[in-house]
Design a protein around this ligand. Sequence first.
Ligand code: URA
Length: 293
Amino acid sequence: MEAALSPQDAAALLRWYVDHGLDETIGEDAIDRFALPPPAGVVATPAPPTASPSAAPTPMRPPVAAPAVRAPVPLESPQLALDAREVARQATTIAELEEAVRAFEGCALKRTAKNTVFADGVAGAPVMIVGEAPGADEDRLGKPFVGVSGQLMDRMFSAIGMSRERDLYITNILFWRPPGNRTPTLSEQAICLAFTRRHIELAKPKIVVLAGGTAVKAVLNTTEGITRLRGKWTTLMLDDDSEVPALPTFHPAYLLRTPASKRQSWQDLLALDKRLRELGVRGSGAGSSSRGN
Ligand code: URA
């Protein structure tokens, strides 16, 4: 018979779970997925044959530059991503899109989340920020970027005279918090991204700021990492044939862990400010008037 855990051991075990990102109970009983048969359609892949010592050596091929575009990934539920795209396409206003997202049952994350986190700030603002996914605070309050990383983001934009009350529209590529803040699966990303792309079309920002590697990879459909892409302007092509300048930048949560990178993020903010002025969206001095608020 198994000995019962002492309260100290139980507390240590719980701490270990939390340290590994498991801070959410989603069922009464643990599921041993190794003991389950593979899901329909999944065939066990036989191990590749090991080369015999006498096998002829494989001829060397010249290196080929790897494409930065993400190869199409076989999604667990490709139909759900297509459904999401069709539902999103039918929305002709942001209010209709929000209603459609709230009514959508095709993303499993919705079942474990407390709230749908759609957007915050001013719809139609010149700058739309797209982050990754709601965390615990966002899930509780139903608004994006309201936890510590969001507060840092607010302070950073305030340094160039911009605020979510006046100049920013904020959303994520996911509308529901992944349990324990785990990285969203590609299926979850593809489903929600269909709505986010439509969200950008309908909000018509002058510039999209992509915060963090996950949002950058998903929205720009690239495998290139954030360290290479941050600060480099690119053009986001949307399905309604519109185009919008996009600026990848570090995620504020990364800046909290790596404060030395704030210097590069400051360069990104200055580049954003400059571009907005070139576009005639901000008058000269708008940034400096409220700098330091
Ligand atoms: N991180 C994100 O990417 N989005 C949020 O809304 C909060 C934290």
